[in-house]
Design a protein around this ligand. Sequence first.
Ligand SMILES: Cc1cc2nc3c(=O)[nH]c(=O)nc-3n(C[C@H](O)[C@H](O)[C@H](O)COP(=O)(O)O)c2cc1C
Length: 202
Amino acid sequence: MKLLHIDSSIQGENSVSRELSATMVAHLKSASPGLEVTYRNLAQEPLPHLSGSYVAAIYGKGEPDAALKQDLALGAAIVDEFLAADVVVIGAPQYNFSVPSQLKAWIDRITVPGKTFRYTEKGPEGLLGGKRIIVTLSRGGFYGPESPVASLEHTETYLRSFFRFLGVEVEVILAEGLRVSPEQREAAITAARKRIAEMKAA
Ligand SMILES: Cc1cc2nc3c(=O)[nH]c(=O)nc-3n(C[C@H](O)[C@H](O)[C@H](O)COP(=O)(O)O)c2cc1C
């Protein structure tokens, strides 16, 4: 069994999504000690944004130069790493109402026609059925249906819709209201840790 562990917070050791993604990985490892874990920290090693020539090359257009060949090899490695994983755990903070641009750059690399989804006569079809994807999501405020800023929720909704497009219903561990008060922060983290401990591990 292979597990891909992704973090994308820029807040290093103080990151809540990172602490929770590590807790989730430890929970899964406790049930499957032989689990092979690959770790990728997108804040420490950011992926370059997509370029026009990269996208053209993906669709078989243009003649890649040396720099583009290197970028294509990186993109292929990222998508292969993702496809090889049985389980993917993603630490996803909410920044400015959505995912960090570092995580979006990774999403751009794994959204590859013919690999993770395909176009059919009935519309696009996800190719990742069978993969388990768990997101540990952290944010400063509250964005539930009752919240006056509910319409600014583009993180959980986006990640759920994106991975559904690829054929997977993600499991989301949410810690929110982290900047409301120290007590709320502690309560949200404790509740998220409890949820992780109760999740299916194998
Ligand atoms: C650049 C930046 C933008 C943020 N934007 C939001 C936001 O849109 N909504 C929110 O509720 N919290 C926001 N916050 C607070 C973070 O969501 C909060 O610090 C959370 O812990 C981030 O996860 P992390 O600790 O893993 O980095 C923002 C924080 C930073 C640093």
